[in-house]
Design a protein around this ligand. Sequence first.
Ligand code: B3K
Ligand code: ZN
Length: 863
Amino acid sequence: MPDTTVYLKNYQPPFFSVETINLNFDLYDDHALISNELKLTRQHEGPLHLCGDELELVSVHMNGQKLDQSEYILQPDALIIENCPDELTLNIVTRIYPQKNTQLSGLYRSNHLFCTQCEAEGFRRITYFLDRPDVLTTYTTRISAEKKQYPILLSNGNLIDAGDAEDGRHWVVWKDPFKKPSYLFALVAGNLACVRDQFVTCSGRSIDLRIYVEPGNEDKCTHAMESLKKSMRWDEEVYGREYDLDIFMIVAVSDFNMGAMENKGLNIFNSKYILARPDTATDQDFADVEGVVAHEYFHNWTGNRVTCRDWFQLSLKEGLTVFRDQEFSRDMNSRDVNRIMDVRVLRNSQFPEDAGTMAHPVRPEAYQEINNFYTATVYNKGAEVIRMQHTLLGKEGFRRGMDLYFNRHDGQAVTIDDFVAAMEDANHIDLTQFKRWYSQAGTPEVLVTSNYAQGELTLKMQQYCPPTPECHDKKPFHIPIRFALFDSKGQQLAIENEILELKEKEQSFTFKGLSEKPVLSLLREFSAPIKLKQNLSQDELLFLLKYEVDGFAKWDAAQNLIINSIKDCLNLHANKWQIPSALISALKHVLLDESLDADLRAELLTPPGFEDIAMQLESVDVGAVEKARDFFHQQLGWYLYEEAQMLYQQLWTSEDHRMNGPAYGRRKLRNVCLWLMMKAKESAALDKCQQQFIAAQTMTDQIASFSLLVNSTNQGLREQAIEDFYKQWSKEDLVLDKWFTIQAISELPETLNHVKMLLKHSAFSIKNPNKVRALIGAFCMGNPRNFHAIDGSGYSFLAEILVTLDKINPQIAARLANPFTRWKRYDQHRQRLMREQLERLGKMELSRDLAEVISKSLLVNEV
Ligand code: B3K
Ligand code: ZN
């Protein structure tokens, strides 16, 4: 296969600029005809190179003259015109087949709807174009379609004209006054219901807000609409950013490769992140809707008004926008608990990615398929890199940098260097060393030792970053470490500066004039995406759990206490192992401590997951880790049974079914209690669990009890719950996704066979990404004990699915292959089994997407 790697170092500006584009879409049930009028101006010497992908070319005209085949070069991925004047108008007509587009990139059909997904390189599947983010132009889009079937016709910008044709068809014209790159183009056509509202901006302009959904779903849009209005207000208040068009539209579709897309003025969403009603969506779903609606809205400034020069700069918009949506969610909900949840995502997805075969820097330097780089590293670690700048510059300094960034670059396609330069110039500081966070992959480890003598505390820190495919010897990072010192009574000591800046490979920090040895809390708020190696004693961790007021640091102390105990269990004979009684008392105290918010108590009591433990081990024996976790959960439930039962009862009686922060917290805590009870004494707790399943008024309560019943050893009850849940929700597609997931992550040993059976269920479709994620993704990524079964059955199952799925939707196939990129971490036996599957796949003809993931996973010995 030819090497199609794209390198950052080879970036060249485009040879032509596009002054305007006029698009005309004629949509039919079995095809679409697209005519595209481009006005081009030469910027550099060189041929006109237009990208295309799976297009049927009907005709090309240059300045009104039809071009003969000899006047252009047609390749599978391009239309090239070598000799053209410096200014020209091109008219290109293409035919495409949206109903056959199972990749869900470009123009495709979802249910009875036409919709588009153009990021990163989908526009070239619609028409020939300079499909790269640094080519910005203004779009005018005419759409015509049969009126009865497609009453709603949408594109970016403002509606400027509309009319009926004689043959039962109708047409509309949309014009977007803002210049944009092609990846932000969008079109939707179909029969959709519309929920409307309005927002008055800070300057008094009234914005028409619309959410379009399939008819019947109108009653599930309230929360998304409220979230949108809150986001619009927040961006004005926190960043001074006002919305720019007069209309903002969101369309929810069922078949979508990812969460949502920020197309200018016309966001397209996976329905999972719009539709939410308390009986169909969990509290977590509500939080996700709020976060994703905000994320896409915030892109209007960070991504759309200021966009990326090339795809290596992806984190310029994604890392920054994730940081913005994280802070928005923290402002709308509990700041501490949201930070804990963000760190959990980072540790469970990004840290393993950094340690796996696809490890890459936040700004990658090479890719084969850009869609493989919409990763936890670019998004979540990218957000941490922005957060560190916020920490170093302070709130005001960061805002000054953002203002300068927008002032300098509005309407431009820029780089990460441009962003950092704005931060530097607005604050007169030098971030040269800091920028290594963008170019070096891997998770830095910081080893801390401390020494106290005669009123002086000395901290010695050493940083080390393991090698990753692009770099073996890492230069030291600039790491901000937020910290606090406590006296022995738990009082925080006054300190001059709460940030330690670690810049050297080895560095010492001294604190003088102390009256006793203080207790140290490092990395408060998780101020840097690192692994802290500190070896705190059990007493010190218990102290922090008790006295820390920073929610993250308190929670991390609890996590470390539990991890240490589970590690002991791994090293000891199970019957000799006990959870330390001091830990039991501390957790019992948390359970009953009404001075803490319920949701923080729930987080403190939730033991670390499989990944959190695995991350600490040299070589992971999955069975042993899962067994140790089971022991821990059972014992904890056993010791806390009485208190958990009491609290459960109290919270069940006072449940008000509301949808607000405190109510979410109470439900979370109550369901942790139910889980503990079921873990410890299933037969005693089963009644309560069943009662909750039957009486639940919120999906949160129903799914919590359903999941416990599905894991029950009582086969009759289990099967009954599965049947009842299905009957109740058979018409609600998104709830069925949950039904698939809960079964896919069941801890019971027969789960793989059950999953295979569910693949044949009438509600399952391999063409629908949500279903693939809900069933297959959940099994392979959320069920370690069954996926990593010692006989390799999970691995061969995944490999077979990949072969099938790759022909349907390569982007989704490549993502699903993720567990194989982590093979290095497991024991020898499992490594061999995973490699066998990789080698088998490596010999096949695969899409560029999947081939990149597989080939890099096979290359790993080079690290
Ligand atoms: N920008 C889109 C992601 C596009 C993914 C293309 N494979 C959604 C987002 O991050 O907001
Ligand atoms: Zn984004």
